[in-house]
Write a protein that binds this ligand. Structure first.
Ligand code: ADP
Ligand code: ZN
Length: 519
């Protein structure tokens, strides 16, 4: 009998398992279910591929992206594994041939697009073949409030109902709690099925700089640190994708554009060049990236803000998959913030969804403004604690100038407490700066002891102070509720004068804080 390790060594040519591959494969080999939370590049594919190869029958893999399926199938075939895929790009005769070999039990793995499951007769056909396991890749696409929601994924629970005795897997690099809970619930898994590794990517260096002529900043960054290396540059709009790509080309950097407005042929051609040539810079919207498995991407640069920390983590996760040093570099402009906020508010989404997006966006801003280790802030958002500053991010390497913000923090916290821990930052700042808004008057917040105790700072400064406190874990945002700020243990330590608070004077986003403290 071949073991998972045999396959890993002989078929893949790897010496030993990484992450939780060993634990996951043995659970599934024994017929159990597994939900795998491992970071991008963590080696999730082998977790379902190896049991598919070893177990009787075919492994069915649900995957949202045609390009991703194709790459995986090509790689598997090259290793001698019998893999195929069925999606909208496989037509007529080709599809019939694949279904034939499926029915004759001649496949180890079949990648299937989620919409297939809704086609008449498909599930019935699966029911007639021997299935080794069912794996749902990029499982976060099932989360309705996540950033990659795909309606077709909601249908996938039918697999649990129709194939109760087949081992099932869900895999994703998503780390946030609400999305994880949604995956368990919608795809019928239990806490017991979870296999989760830490999310730190120690080889990635995180940097956030204020935007100041982003194209020139980018060019300097590339020429100084990543000359002729492969990278991805994210921009929000198609127009800016093209502008930045053209501009880099003029500066003799090999750059290609990628966005959903380009023809499928152009997109495919550019992606193929990115995958195969050395030193290509792909300037893209977020249409580019999911499932891109290029090990030597040395940097991911964001010239515009991403939508959330989850999105940022996933996008930057495409750097340094080979484990060698890589960079996640972002430039943040104050104008972009207002723009993105307006985009969220004026979008077509229902009100509660907009509110959620806004809270997630604010959490990202808090990350950008972190006075302390960016890695600690990033992992902290995902509920993971890094004991010491990492020593390998921009704030660790070039500490920003700080001031003693203990008294400011105490004022802010006591204001949160007096207003009963249910308001967002705007109202809180109105109280601190003593604005007599209708909301303040109707709640009688002008009668609180914290009303107008913060006149030494401007409104912008107070907003930055709150954000920095969130990013340092001194205040919690009620992400799943209404987004009010709440106290936590660390807040009480500050209120009880058991700890001091250092804040940065030159927050990336807000205007400089004139560190005058009035006691
Ligand atoms: P994920 O799907 O989690 O993003 P992949 O499955 O694509 O990650 O794996 C990332 C990279 O690591 C791939 O190039 C893969 O071949 C490689 N890899 C996977 N397992 C191992 C292992 N046990 N040892 C060394 N490299 C591995
Ligand atoms: Zn750090």
């Amino acid at each position: 009998m071949r073991t998972p390790l045999d396959v890993l060594q002989k078929t893949y040519g790897y010496e030993k398992f990484t992450g939780l591959q060993e634990e996951v494969t043995s659970r599934v080999m024994a017929g159990g279910n597994a939900v795998v939370f491992m970071p991008t590049g963590g080696g999730k594919s082998a977790c379902y591929q190896i049991p598919s190869i070893l177990r009787q029958g075919v492994g069915i893999v649900i995957s949202p992206l045609i390009a991703l399926m194709r790459d995986q199938v090509a790689a598997l075939k090259q290793m001698g594994v019998r893999a195929e895929c069925l999606n909208s790009s496989v037509k007529g005769q080709d599809a019939a041939l694949i279904i034939n070999s499926l029915q004759r039990s001649e496949l180890d793995l079949l990648y299937v697009a989620p919409e297939r499951l809704g086609q008449p007769g498909f599930i019935e056909m699966l029911a007639r073949v021997n299935i080794a396991l069912i794996a749902i890749d990029e499982a976060h696409c099932v989360a309705q409030w996540g950033h990659d929601f795909r309606p077709d994924y909601l249908r996938l629970n039918i697999l649990a109902e129709r194939f109760p005795n087949v081992p099932r897997m869900a895999l994703t690099a998503t780390a946030d709690g609400p999305t994880r809970r949604e995956i368990l619930q919608r795809l019928s898994f239990t806490e017991d099925d979870i296999f989760a590794t830490g999310f730190d990517r120690p080889n990635i260096r995180y940097t956030v700089v204020p935007k100041d002529g982003e194209n020139i900043q980018l060019l300097n960054f590339i020429q100084t640190y990543h000359f002729q290396e492969c990278g991805i540059v994210y921009r929000m709009s198609r127009k800016n994708v093209e502008k930045t790509a053209e501009w880099l080309c003029k500066k003799r950097i090999k750059a290609l554009p990628y966005h959903a407005g380009l023809s499928p042929e152009t997109r495919e051609k550019n992606q193929a060049r990115f995958m195969s040539e050395d030193g290509i810079v792909m300037v893209a919207t977020i249409a580019f990236g999911m499932g891109i498995d290029k090990p030597d991407v040395r940097y991911v640069a964001h010239l515009d803000l991403p939508k959330s920390i989850e999105a940022y983590y996933q996008e930057t996760g495409r750097a340094g998959r080979d484990g060698l040093p890589a960079e996640a570099w972002m430039s943040v402009g104050i104008n972009d913030i207002g723009f993105l906020r307006r985009m969220i508010l004026t979008g077509n989404a229902p009100e509660d969804r907009k509110a959620l997006e806004l809270r997630k966006f604010n959490a990202l801003l808090a990350y950008c403004e972190s006075a302390n280790c960016l890695r600690q802030a990033l992992l902290g958002y995902f509920g993971e604690e890094l004991k010491e500053p990492c020593g390998n991010c921009f704030t660790c390497l070039t500490p920003p100038s700080k001031f003693d913000g203990t008294i400011a923090a105490q004022k802010a916290l006591s204001n949160v407490y007096r207003t009963e821990q249910m308001y967002g930052v705007n109202h809180l700042v109105d109280v601190l700066t003593g604005k007599e808004t209708p909301k303040i008057l109707s709640q009688a917040h002008d009668k609180l002891s914290t009303f107008k105790i913060g006149t030494e700072y401007t409104r912008d400064e107070w907003i930055s102070i709150h954000r920095q406190m969130v990013s340092q874990g001194l205040l919690d945002v009620d992400i799943e509720g209404y987004g009010g700020l709440k106290l936590n243990n660390a807040s009480w330590e500050v209120l009880r004068k058991e700890r001091t608070v250092a804040l940065r004077k030159d927050p990336i986003i807000a205007k400089k804080i004139s560190a005058k403290t009035k006691d």
